[in-house]
Structure formats: C-alpha cells, structure tokens
Design a protein around this ligand. Sequence first.
Ligand SMILES: NC(=O)c1ccc[n+]([C@@H]2O[C@H](COP(=O)([O-])OP(=O)(O)OC[C@H]3O[C@@H](n4cnc5c(N)ncnc54)[C@H](O)[C@@H]3O)[C@@H](O)[C@H]2O)c1
Length: 417
Amino acid sequence: MSQVREASQIRDFSLAEAGELKIDWVREHMPLLRQLEVRFREEQPFAGKRISVCLHLEAKTAYLALVVQAGGAHVALAGSNPLSTQDDVAAALVKRGVTTHAWYDATPEEYRAHLRAVLDHHPQGVIDDGADLATILHQERPDQAKEIIGGCEETTTGIIRLRAMSDEGILQYPMIGVNDADCKHLFDNRYGTGQSVWDGVMRTTNLVIAGKTVVVVGYGWCGKGVAMRAKGLGAKVIVCEVDAVRAVEAVMDGFAVMPIVEAAPHGDYFITVTGVKEVIHKAALARMKDGAILGNAGHFDVEISKPDLDALSASKRRVRPNIDEYRLPDGRRLYLIAEGRLVNLAAGDGHPAEVMDMTFALQALGLREVMTNTYAPGLHMIPRALDLEVAQMRLASWQVEIDTLTEAQSAYLHSWQ
Ligand SMILES: NC(=O)c1ccc[n+]([C@@H]2O[C@H](COP(=O)([O-])OP(=O)(O)OC[C@H]3O[C@@H](n4cnc5c(N)ncnc54)[C@H](O)[C@@H]3O)[C@@H](O)[C@H]2O)c1
C-alpha cells in the first residue's frame, strides 16, 4: 500500500474517505460490475498482469479499475481529461491499492506526464479512452508497444484513431473496440450523453432550458440523445449535420435541420457532439446572439474553435465556476462551458451509474477476452456473444424476462421454403 502511495501522483491523500463514499454509492447502482467483481475474484483472469487505464477519473471508472484489480491485476490509472478528474476519488483509489496519476485541472504538461507515468508501469494490458495511450506508445515508445498483450477502447473518437492505425498496419497490439457493441452506443452514447449533458449544463448555468432554442451539432448516437432530452425539457431543437441520412432522421424525428451558420443567430444553447474539429467556427460564432451558451460533448475540446473565439473577442473573463464569458467588440457576450471540454464530465459527474454499468461490463469482459485469448494486432470488434451477455445480465438485474424462439420458429427463420 505504501508503495502504491509513493508511486502515485495525486492532489491530496487525505480526501480518500470522501472518494470512497462516492465509489460505494456507484457500486450500489452497478450490479453488472458487482457480478463481474465476484466472478473475476474467483477466476483471476488477470493474475499478476500489469494493466494501465486511462479514463475519466471519477467514481464509476474507479470502480471498474477495482473490478480489474479483483481479477488479479496490478492497476495503474490516469485521467483522460484534466477537468474530469475528481481528487477525492483519486485518493480513494490509492487507498484501495491502485497506483494513480491524476489531479484536477492538470496543465497540459502535467496531463501528458501522468499518461507517461501509467506507461512507465509497463502494462501488458490497457484500457484506453480516446486512444491517448495508444498514441503515446506508437509515437514515443514503439518497443514498449510490443509488450502489450491487448486492450480495449470505449469511445467513438478513440476507435476512429485506432481504426486508422489498424488500417495503416501500424497498430502493434490487438485492441477490442467497445463502442460498436449495441450495449454501448445504444445506451451510453444515447441515454447517457442525453441525460448527463443537460445535467452538466443545468448545474453549471442554473438557467432554464424550456422555451429556449437548442442547436445540436452532430446527430449521431450521442446527438440523438442530446436532442431528445432537450426536446423533453421543453426546448425548440435545431440539428446541424453533414451526413444526409442522419439529417433525414433528424427531420423525421421532428427537428429543424439547417447549416450551422444559419442556425447560429437562433440558438440560446449550442451543443457540439461530432468528434470533428471546428464544427463551430468563426463564421457561426460571429452571428450568435448576445448570451448564447456553448458546450461541447464530443471527446476532445476542438469542436468549438477556441482560437476563433479568442480572435473574435475583445475580452474574456470567468463569470462563474466553469463558465468563461467572451465579449465581442460590439458588446455581445458568448459563454463557453468548461473550456469546451466534455460538458457532462468537466462540468458534471458524467453518465449515470446504471448506464456506465453496461459500458464498463463490456470493457471488463472485453479486456478479459483479449488478455486470455490470442488476437492478432489490430482493431477487433467486441464479440457479439459478450454484447448479448451484458444485455442478459442487465435484464436479469431488473428481473425482466423475455421470450425465446421455439425450435419451430428458429427453423422457420433459417429456412427459405
Ligand atoms: N460526452 C460523452 O460522455 C460522450 C459519450 C460517448 C461518445 N462521446 C464522443 O462524442 C462524439 C460523437 O460520438 P457519437 O457516438 O455520437 O458519434 P457518431 O459518429 O455516431 O456521430 C457523429 C455525428 O456527427 C456528424 N458530424 C461530423 N462532422 C460534422 C459537422 N461538421 N457538422 C455537423 N455534424 C457533423 C456526423 O455526420 C455524425 O452523424 C465522439 O467524439 C465521441 O467520442 C462523448
């Protein structure tokens, strides 16, 4: 334990008790992970293995790290975003034996140093978020990349990066992509982001949503959830898209669809959730009305162009915790939440525990799969059987039963006559 403490870099060890309460709270609401914790403790799938984890460091991810640890692993963890790290949870993790490198509001240099520190742990397995560990390993430590047996990655943006590496043939180890599992994107991206984005916006601004105009940029799995919940809160919703099919879907879901520059003068709130950079740029910012509030829910803080905001503004000041006011030369004020970082994590507690229970059950099962079987280097989709297993565990936890096909029905489905 003292070794773990000495190796860790966190803000304040004395916060552990508060962090433990947070972890215990989410554990109560994560029955799938609880089940896996018991199973892994018995089966020890990671016995003696070093696993490095890069995830938003809050209570739910902390519990995932503890479940992996229960499976016999030595776990080292870094945050995946300086503003989403909770210092009390970091302290609790150290107390429970997880080497932790993260503190809230780390500078970019400190943040990179924390990521490098979890790689100094010489992991054989990784849980990555946004492919940050993969990027460092391949750019700076190619020899060390070869030590990795495998890992898993949960988010859309990370999978895009890993797919690019895999297609170029340079990904040195097998990675399981969790995002494409139905039990991930259908629930985490849609219902998780949908709820937690508005939780983050509301608690940070303390303003009403009903009657306002919300512009959602990106109508993917996350955007659908953000738009659906905005509508439920009483907002008028405009969707901006670049994909014709998704735009048709948004129209048929009842939303106005138009280019961002046209939507700009109407929006009271703008939420970007595309995984693409500069989707809100100078031309759109210049047309926004006084008081418009901007938040990003995409993985990186590049979707709302901060350089463009700076260039357009005569002054900038912090007006509330996590809200920066940019004053344009004509007096209009635009408000950016959490420096354009994921609003639901940097200005909230992230997705609800019950939703992350499914995502993290997939992560834990995906990690076990890749660490205990032989996979070729490259990106692999999570096996369908694990997706179904998680859905079944979820139903069982709710005591919901469903029908099964009879033999005759199954034969009918597979016949052509
Ligand atoms: N905040 C969270 O907790 C959370 C959770 C899951 C995923 N994410 C992140 O959110 C982002 C989106 O994830 P997703 O699963 O919805 O992806 P997705 O691929 O399903 O959807 C992205 C959508 O954005 C659209 N788009 C791309 N460029 C655009 C542009 N310039 N203007 C308008 N629309 C544009 C695409 O056409 C697509 O429909 C990713 O960065 C992902 O990593 C965040």
